[in-house]
Design a protein around this ligand. Structure first.
Ligand SMILES: N[C@@H](CCC(=O)N[C@@H](CS)C(=O)NCC(=O)O)C(=O)O
Length: 239
């Protein structure tokens, strides 16, 4: 059976990490059997979650993991898509994972102290108090300087960051339109990625203009609820 390593669940959503939600949703969409081991990124092969272990092999990075799963267990979700649809999916996925993701990171680690406290409790709350505070301090400095500033998002002002977030959300909302799923009436791996990102903006206790804006886009909000009901019925109504 596949073992999925990811953060412990919190906030009444599948996972606080969008890439963890992406992968677990993919596993559920494809009905692959898996078990979860809760962990922190420090122990992960690339220092990031999620990763999986399958028949003694460790694989990290959700994109490579999904490629591996498609090859080994059959590509049931995306196999009928045209080359043009695949191209669109790739572009949308990059928007979700390389652009909007960093807006979310900014809101959790840097935007306000209130958000940071909520984020800190969710990630480090299971540790003994003194260790928790030291680990959180060190890790936060690293995430801000090496990741958010290093990637470039953190060099922008809050207004600029939230503007970029709105542009991305508008693109997602327009592209989804009235469709049930991002590519039409059938779920694809793009939905795993989209749900992971959107749920982690809209249904988390991390307050920001980007969350408010996302919530104002009714088709994205309804999409999150539908995906949650379809793939995580056990979490419906929990908080
Ligand atoms: N490209 C990776 C990104 C994974 C990633 O950024 N994971 C985050 C949590 S969602 C993480 O583990 N961050 C910890 C860190 O960077 O120290 C993937 O698609 O799996």
């Amino acid at each position: 059976m596949i073992t999925l390593y990811q953060f412990a669940p919190t906030w009444g959503i599948p996972n606080l990490g969008q890439f963890n939600v992406k992968l677990e949703t993919y596993l559920r969409m494809t009905h692959l059997e898996y078990k979860v081991i809760e962990t922190l990124p420090l122990k992960a092969p690339k220092g990031k979650l999620p990763y999986i272990e399958d028949e003694g092999q460790k694989i990290s990075d959700s994109r490579f993991i999904i490629e591996y799963l498609k090859e080994k267990y059959e590509d049931t979700l995306d196999k009928d898509l045209t080359a043009q649809e695949r191209a669109m999916m790739t572009a949308m996925q990059r928007l979700l994972e390389e652009s909007l993701y960093w807006v979310g990171m900014y809101t959790r680690w840097l935007y306000t102290d209130e958000n940071w406290q909520v984020n800190k409790q969710a990630i480090f709350g299971g540790m003994p108090p003194v260790l928790r505070d030291i680990a959180a301090l060190v890790y936060r400095r690293m995430v801000i300087s090496k990741q958010i500033y290093g990637q470039g998002m953190g060099r922008r002002t809050a207004d600029e960051i939230f503007h970029l977030g709105e542009v991305d959300l508008n693109a997602l909302s327009e592209f989804l339109g009235e469709k049930a799923y991002f590519m039409g009436d059938k779920a694809t791996s793009l939905d795993a990625s989209a749900f992971g990102c959107l749920i982690n903006i809209m249904r988390v206790p991390i307050e920001s203009p980007v969350k408010d804006y996302a919530l104002s886009l009714s088709n994205l909000s309804a999409y999150c609820d539908r995906m949650m009901a379809e793939f995580y019925p056990e979490l419906m109504g929990s908080k």
